[in-house]
Design a protein around this ligand. Structure first.
Ligand code: FES
Length: 128
């Protein structure tokens, strides 16, 4: 299992997000870490509608009321704690959740597969 540093817990607001991109073997795994109700979650930053990153501006992932992640493409909204699409063109689908672990105030990616393989698998799962 690989454990790769993503961010410090104190870098997350409540609620809030942190974006990081891991590069391996020419692949980029774009990750958004989310904090809500004191718990942390991580998702691949790729909208299930058209597989583009959610944000237009750096680390601007939340709706104005900070209740949802929002895709700047066509306005899909996602629940912070589950990644499920709440409204928008990909309703019923969800962001890809990534396993994380916390230790000594830091958040690590804790997936079996390496970031490059996860990113490649995601890229190859697209319909085009
Ligand atoms: S690409 Fe995200 S809502 Fe269309």
């Amino acid at each position: 299992m690989s454990e790769i540093f993503l961010c410090r817990a104190e870098q997350l607001e409540e609620p809030g997000t942190w974006n990081t991109v891991l590069t391996e073997d020419g692949e980029e795994l774009d990750i958004v870490v989310v904090q809500t109700n004191g718990a942390r979650h991580a998702y691949i930053n790729s909208c299930p509608h058209q597989f583009i990153p959610l944000e237009t501006f750096p680390n601007h992932f939340l709706t104005e009321d900070k209740q949802f992640l929002v895709c700047s493409g066509h306005g899909a909204r996602f629940e912070l704690a589950t990644g499920a699409c709440y409204s928008g063109p990909c309703r019923g689908r969800e962001l890809d959740r990534l396993k994380i672990e916390e230790r000594d105030g830091a958040i690590y990616l804790a997936e079996e597969l390496s970031p490059g393989i996860i990113a490649r698998n995601k890229r190859m799962s697209r319909r085009w």
